[in-house]
Design a protein around this ligand. Sequence first.
Ligand SMILES: Nc1ncnc2c1ncn2[C@@H]1O[C@H](COP(=O)(O)OP(=O)(O)O)[C@@H](O)[C@H]1O
Ligand SMILES: [Mg+2]
Length: 272
Amino acid sequence: MIKPNPFTPKSGLEPKVFMNRKDEIELFLERVSRGIRGSIDHFIINGEWGTGKTSLLRYFKLLAQERGNCVACYFLARELDERVTDMEINIHLTQSIVRNIPYDINSKRGNFFKYINGLGIQVLGTGFNISFDVPKERHVDSQIFLMDSLINIWKDISPRANLLVVLIDDVQNYTKVSRIFTTLKNILSDEKIIQETRILFVLSSTVQGWMPFMKENHPIGRFFIPRLELKNFDKRQTITHLSVTLYNNFNSSYTILCSLSDLVPGGAFSFR
Ligand SMILES: Nc1ncnc2c1ncn2[C@@H]1O[C@H](COP(=O)(O)OP(=O)(O)O)[C@@H](O)[C@H]1O
Ligand SMILES: [Mg+2]
């Protein structure tokens, strides 16, 4: 049940001991294996605040990278206001993917860079700080922009990997621009994307945030399946976690207090 801490020690953000999420991990690895073979099925993790969505998505990233033939990027959905344009939304998605891919695909010789340049879009910064400046007078169809960006990002990655995994955390932050999900669904089910890329999207959201798509046969709800709902760890798992955490950190009362603070109601653990 308990695995050694897979995360960067001392980052302060990750659990000290990662409790296994067996079913969720199995599903993810199965989707990755199928994705590598060219069959892509996107899905979503739902869970209340503190149930472990972020930890799980970050763990997925490590698992994907461990395979060697996968590239994974994780980012937090930024809260977007309803006034943002479709192009701004799609730039946010593209920028977030490019910034979080663990190597610089912004090389001047790369397909993505050439594509962006060809549109007259100025690339500011590099690597993790990259941003795009679209000239006002330039009309670029936002959906085509996102689709072609994904295709070109994939072209840059494909010599080194058989799959790109895009992990987007807290997509309830997109509630005010829920059209983003329709765009994503349209693009990801487009024949060209299916034929020419291997990109697997895994989202996370609060249950409340995903509610509008949970109505029976909702096209977006049906597209990101299964909808896995994270449950709190039960009493036995909570106590095991606590005892292992305390055992590993008995010399630091600060760490113990931090670990205990995970147990507040609403967190991933419970004593009942
Ligand atoms: N699988 C796990 N094993 C151990 N601790 C976990 C696990 N998942 C979450 N936690 C702990 O529970 C707390 C909440 O987790 P987090 O991933 O931030 O939840 P969410 O993103 O759903 O709000 C964090 O302190 C995290 O370290
Ligand atoms: Mg979170």
